[in-house]
Write a protein that binds this ligand. Sequence first.
Ligand SMILES: Cc1cc2nc3c(=O)[nH]c(=O)nc-3n(C[C@H](O)[C@H](O)[C@H](O)COP(=O)(O)O)c2cc1C
Length: 164
Amino acid sequence: MNRVEDLTEGLRQGMRSLASGVCVVSGLKDDGERAAMTASSVTSVSDDPPSLLVCVNKAARMDDVLFHSEYFCVNILSSDHQDVSEICATPETGEERFSVGSWSRHEKNGLHYINNAPAVFICHKQRVVDHGTHSIYIANVDEVLVSDKKHQHLVYADGRYHYL
Ligand SMILES: Cc1cc2nc3c(=O)[nH]c(=O)nc-3n(C[C@H](O)[C@H](O)[C@H](O)COP(=O)(O)O)c2cc1C
């Protein structure tokens, strides 16, 4: 084993070995404009209440969106959605993120979600934990949509996409 002296670099390098699922978090800005961002830091928190968390870099535009919103949406991606993940992780893109993939508008809350995603969680924000460069958003799950279509999982590891 080799010790990495710079801990920030060490954390980044080490975490590249942790294969993770890929999600897109979507929300609405104050002016009603929609926003979306790729995130692999989504984790379930508790069964009761059903809840999850997502860690968002404070430099990402989604941090401001989630900070000022009561509700947001977490879309779990399949291998069919690598292009959605790529655009939602491309800086300087905005509304065009919704031109990739098939999106629907939730009739009750106006959130936009991916039609054929393996799972979609409508989340009600409960708590924001500020830690270093990131904000941790903890939310209760208000509604779950699942697809019964067979799919391959989209996994991110070693800095690239894999299908499982
Ligand atoms: C697979 C993958 C996972 C990511 N996971 C996260 C994450 O969990 N939290 C985060 O803040 N950024 C994450 N990012 C980076 C953001 O998606 C990216 O920086 C995005 O461009 C930020 O949004 P903005 O350009 O609208 O500011 C991830 C990127 C990729 C490719």
